[in-house]
Ligand binder design. Structure first.
Ligand code: SF4
Length: 490
């Protein structure tokens, strides 16, 4: 029987440092492991630690021992949610875990934290999801018309409910997942478990990453390879678009549950989301970022004394810019990690400090210098404007912004919170108008072609829709109009 390891806690204060979002916000991180005899909860904890950058609002781990499936989840960072006593109590042969950044549903609700748990007759399943479905509203309405009730406001719960429903209809969880994958549309990289088996499946476009690794006595799936590295798992391959995996006492089984479509891995994984030590499709994220920096050094050079990067993703790109241009690289900004998602509300005075809570300039490094500042993207422009102010206050003589992606003009519907189109500064302003808004001495972006050349990939094999407006899947009009979340209709 399933059980939640904790009573539902009081909802924590839902304050976050910034209003939504000044730059693309991460989606979620998922991790799954089948390794009888190992401390699977502890291994999942460390896997989630490595994936913490993908989501900092809630964390959860589900563990099963063949008979009982237990879920522990809460709002907060992985080490805030899990203490030693929690991990000791989570014993079993298999586990899944999740770190969440909300893209549908209210962020600060315990019900929206994952893994989601559902019962299928006497049995239980738990599910954790990275991505965003684009037909959730239709599916949810249909299920509600059929008398199915929902606890949370996420597309992940709709998916869990569908798997549950079709599993009962077809008599097998694999059949339940297969039928669910035929109905759901959008981006999903999912880890799921019953009391006895681990499952993983990925949307037919492969928008969000998912990799498979191996341990001496088990198998691991993770959003990124850094989740394998931290526990000493060996990378095997990517989970293929449209593929479903099952790992149980019978070993690893794979099937092409739905036909693969045009490959569309999100290009922002290379630019910003993924950890620099991760590798996708044989491409090192760190090296891709240094090449992006070198590319913009070639396409938009500037006279300057020092190249600095905006942490974290701008730093390897700044290294690449410096190498290509011959201008020295320096650390000019220090990041206060994770402060943006703390649940401790700052005083009014601290709120007024704005970006200083996140970034601190190194005055003795940048004072009097003409700076090249390399960043990954500009979304609304407010953060870039505050950054330019901060650098000038710290003594910078000139600030030349170099962005290692094209202007973000279109919203994301696949699990990345880039806000509505009207709020994207580049959707209505020219490059010169954006430069004037942020107050930089100069501003340049990469073109889509230069960006893809630097990454070493073809735009045909990636989603680049937030730059071009050409989405790999047709977006329903209701979503296009207002990026409706379930909060607005439920
Ligand atoms: S729209 Fe942009 S952020 Fe969203 S999946 Fe496509 S490239 Fe990534």
């Amino acid at each position: 029987m399933p059980r939640d390891a904790r009573d539902v806690p009081e909802v924590a204060q839902d304050w976050v440092l910034s209003d939504p979002p000044e730059r693309p916000e991460e989606a979620c991180g998922v991790f799954g492991i089948y390794a009888p005899g190992e401390d699977v909860a502890r291994l999942t904890y460390f896997g989630l630690h490595a994936l913490q950058h993908r989501g900092q609002e809630s964390a959860g781990i589900a563990v099963a021992d063949g008979h009982t499936l237990t879920v522990t989840k809460d709002l907060g960072l992985v080490p805030q949610v899990f203490k030693e006593a929690d991990l000791v109590s989570l014993q079993g042969d298999l586990a899944i875990g999740h770190t969440r950044y909300s893209t549908t549903g209210s962020s600060s609700r315990w019900d929206n934290a994952q893994p989601m748990i559902s019962t299928i007759g006497p049995n239980a399943i738990a599910l954790a999801h990275n991505g965003n479905l684009i037909n959730t509203l239709d599916l949810r309405d249909h299920l509600k018309d059929n008398g199915i009730r929902f606890r949370s406001t996420t597309d992940s719960e709709v998916m869990t409910t569908l798997v549950d429903h079709f599993t009962q209809l077809h008599g097998s969880i694999r059949g339940g997942i297969r039928e669910t994958m035929k109905l759901i549309r959008g981006a999903y990289s999912v880890v799921m478990m019953s009391e006895e088996a681990l499952y993983a499946f990925r949307d037919p476009y492969g928008v969000r990453p998912l990799v498979l690794g191996t341990l001496p006595n088990g198998w691991v799936v993770s959003s990124e390879t850094c989740g394998l590295d931290i526990i000493g798992a060996e990378f095997v391959r990517e989970v293929a678009p449209g593929e479903m995996l099952k790992v149980s006492a019978a070993g690893l089984e794979s099937e092409q549950a739905v036909p693969a479509e045009k490959p569309s891995l999100c290009v922002f994984e290379f630019i910003y989301f993924a950890r620099p030590d991760s590798v996708f499709d044989d491409c090192s994220v760190y090296e891709a970022r240094t090449r992006l920096g070198a590319a913009i050094a070639r396409s938009a050079p500037a006279d300057a004394d020092l190249v600095i990067g905006v942490p974290d993703s701008g730093v390897p790109a700044a290294v690449g810019f410096a190498r290509e241009s011959g201008i020295p690289f320096g650390e000019g900004l220090v990041k206060n990690r994770y402060v943006g998602r703390t649940f401790i509300s700052p005083s009014q005075y601290l709120r007024q400090q704005g970006i200083r809570l996140k970034l601190n300039p190194l005055r003795h490094i940048i004072g009097g210098k003409r700076l090249i500042v390399v960043d990954d993207s500009i979304v609304r422009g407010n953060t870039s404007r505050k950054l330019v102010d901060l650098l000038r206050e710290a003594g910078a003589a000139e600030v030349h912004m170099r962005i290692t992606s094209p202007p973000v003009k279109w919203p994301c519907f696949f699990g990345i919170d880039t806000d509505t189109q009207e709020q994207l500064i580049a959707s209505s302003k020219s490059v010169e108008e954006v430069r004037a808004f942020i107050g930089a001495d100069s501003l340049a972006y990469l073109s889509v072609e230069d960006m893809m050349d630097a990454i070493g990939r073809s735009a045909d094999r990636h989603c680049v829709a937030c730059f071009t407006g050409e989405y790999p899947l047709e977006i329903p009009e209701s979503m296009r109009r207002g990026k409706l979340s379930l909060e607005h209709v439920g």
